[in-house]
Design a protein around this ligand. Sequence first.
Ligand code: ATP
Length: 345
Amino acid sequence: MDVRVSGVRKEFDRFPALHDVSLDINSGELIALLGPSGSGKTTLLRLIAGLETPTEGKVFFGDEDASLKSVQERNVGFVFQHYALFRHMTVIDNVGFGLKVRPNSSRPSKDEIRRRSAELLDFVQLSGLEKRYPAQLSGGQRQRVALARAMAIEPRVLLLDEPFGALDAKVRKELRRWLREIHDKTKHTTVFVTHDQDEALELADRVVVMSQGRIEQIGSPDEVYDRPNSPFVYSFIGESSALDVNVDKSELWLGDQALGMRSDLPDGEAQLYFRPHDVELVDDSGARIAGKIIASRRVGATRRVELEINGAKGRVEIEIPADHPARETSLIAFRPKHWRVFPKN
Ligand code: ATP
């Protein structure tokens, strides 16, 4: 275990930005902090960096209490959304900056700094651009320089705060792949903040899903996508539809339609969650969810239909084959292939 966040609470003027957050980060892991705006991702990252101090709780680096260490002593590499490169320094000087400002005792020689910086630029595929200034680079190139600069100090942990957030979708996608490759080679322990679920699922070894200053779930991309442990995670990661149901002796009821699906919840009001693309259409009159199509649109190779469900309030969306003969007013019946039930409230 490399970094441990233990029972951390953070208040800003009595406003709790984080409540009792605990997280163990393993050596070499790439962790994504994922959540909507204001969920506390940046605050958690800044606490690990030492840029904020916890109101309660502690951060450990290995077995050591990090609260006794300054930001410099923690030796973390930081990359922000808005490239904080020094405008008046060339690319290669930017990369070497962290080494140059080290105290005498641990500062490498000028030649050594230059050699290492050039090596890193090669590593991030920017060889040839050493003498340029940040203004002469594209946004994606600047973020690569920022990453090379963060890696130059051989950080104990790399902290990336929406590093690709300001870039257009195509560059962002490329850099995502590139970062994963870089990580697979260097195995730096990395914590990455994003509000983009695709980015988190594609990049991370483990995803930490946050909401309102709390960790909702920690798991591999497959775990948080396939086995969300709360309605929040279900609807935040991937698309979801939800229906009000009743649990009666483990049997689910949608109005007076028995769904035949079992739940391990106590009797009472609940919500059935499923993914719109993960349903099968059924013809028989058995356990099924039936509804009237009220809207339909073509999405790529499939068709999305919005349904008003018999015996239930609200609407759900499901995905059906594009050539399905469903018309605007027709009825359709389906069964989710995978689903989860959560008690109401
Ligand atoms: P975003 O995706 O918008 O960056 P986030 O998940 O990173 O959001 P934080 O920036 O950690 O969220 O903020 C969490 C909460 O703490 C927010 O409600 C924010 O307004 C509040 N907050 C953060 N920093 C401060 C501060 N220095 N002073 C007062 N409140 C703050």
